[in-house]
Design a protein around this ligand. Structure first.
Ligand code: GLA
Length: 385
């Protein structure tokens, strides 16, 4: 799949060339999990797996979308009314249109053909890529004058308000704002960000796809958010300056442990420690200290598994297999949880061997063929010439 594929599919469906073709990448997150909606830091990057959108204006105000990989077509009514669709995938495009309209942005009709190679349900944010890619296309075609950050926020609102998943800002941010060969640290409270070169000769990032689809993620995700909010509501009584877990120090949390439900304490402890780990990871990256970075990744995994409780046996097995492999510096569950991928920092010289032995162990234990994706860090959403 690439730009040419969506362009020719567009031409055959709409009998004209697209006005624009856009690449909207998936993302990894090096460290900083479940911190975005707690006002903390994340350290994601866009990757060399993407969704391509070929798009053109329509004079009649309708929306016509063709999902190439699913071979499924959606056509709105003749005035472009936007409402929740049976075709779940169409909601990702309609959601951003709905939110943009709330802001009074003038959007006319639209034809889109899209497809890509971001594996679905693997935690690589194919939906965020599609949402922000759609908003990016609209901004270009209808000259809406939006900044990249405006696009990110509209895409997140589409997911929150239309699709109904209360996700944070990380996925859309990573898809839109990333630069090649860098990770980007976002302060999810102030929305300030800084690029960190990921210059790691001799080391590779590889994802191991557990093949377990994270179906639980929506409900459990929203529950985790609520537990964090409960923690903030209690801790606020002791310090009125607290408005998110970002404002909570480990010492303050410990001091008021007895006032929190044990489960809420565990969730808060993980988040507070994870926010601090992102800063340690950035400092390690600046020193090219990959050993420390790797250790921090393992610590994140332990917190996600034992305190935040969003891992599953398959993912734990992959992380333990990695931990026992001397060529692996760090590994952890990545993304929302309950399946998806692990991210592994591996010595390149031993990469093939790591993939081979992990695949064999995984197949033996779970009877699942492991998919592995070595990733390159790429630029964010862009127009393809
Ligand atoms: C999902 C959400 C993100 C983020 C991660 C966990 O990917 O969409 O906003 O919260 O989970 O870090």
């Amino acid at each position: 799949m690439n730009a040419n594929t969506v362009n020719s599919a567009f031409e055959s469906r709409f009998s004209t060339a697209p006005d624009i073709t856009v690449r909207a990448p998936g993302r990894i997150n090096l460290i900083g999990e479940h911190t975005d909606y707690n006002g903390g830091f994340v350290l994601p990057a866009a990757i060399d797996k993407a969704i391509w959108l070929a798009a053109g204006k329509r004079a009649d105000g309708r929306f016509a979308f063709y999902a190439l990989d699913l071979d499924d077509y959606f056509l709105s009514d003749d005035v472009g009314t936007v409402f929740q669709e049976q075709h779940k995938w169409a909601n990702y495009l309609l959601g951003v249109i709905s939110e943009a309209r709330k802001d009074g942005l003038l959007i006319g009709g639209l034809n889109v053909v899209f497809g890509g190679d971001v594996p679905l349900g693997a935690g690589l944010s194919s939906s965020a890529a599609l949402e922000s890619g759609t908003m990016f296309v609209l901004n270009e075609l209808y000259q809406l004058g939006l900044s990249r950050m405006d696009i990110v926020r509209l895409a997140q609102r589409g997911e929150n308000n239309f699709v109904g998943m209360k996700c944070g800002i990380m996925d859309m941010f990573a898809s839109v704002i990333s630069r090649e060969n860098t990770v980007v640290r976002l302060d999810c409270r102030s929305l300030e960000y800084a690029y960190f070169p990921f210059d790691a000769p001799g080391f590779s990032l590889v994802l191991c796809d557990s093949g377990v689809k994270h179906t639980l993620v929506d409900s459990e995700y929203n529950t985790r958010r609520a537990e964090c909010e409960e923690g903030v509501a209690v801790l606020k009584k002791y310090d009125s300056g607290i408005s998110s877990l970002r404002d909570v120090s480990p010492a303050l949390l410990k001091k008021h442990e007895q006032m929190l439900r044990p489960v809420v304490f565990r969730r808060c402890k993980y988040v507070v420690e994870e926010i601090a780990r992102v800063e340690l990871a950035c400092a390690a990256l600046q020193r090219n200290d990959f050993a420390t970075l790797g250790q921090l990744m393992f610590q994140t995994h332990d917190g996600l598994n034992l305190e935040y409780e969003v891992s599953v046996p398959e993912i734990n097995f992959l992380v333990e297999t990695a931990r026992n492999n001397p060529a692996v510096l760090g590994a952890r569950m990545m993304g929302g949880g309950f399946g998806g991928c692990t991210i592994n920092l591996v010595k390149t010289e031993a990469l093939e061997d790591f993939i081979q032995t992990t695949s064999v162990s995984y197949a033996t234990k779970f009877g699942i063929t492991l998919k592995t994706y070595p990733v390159k860090l790429t630029a964010g959403t862009s127009v393809i010439k």
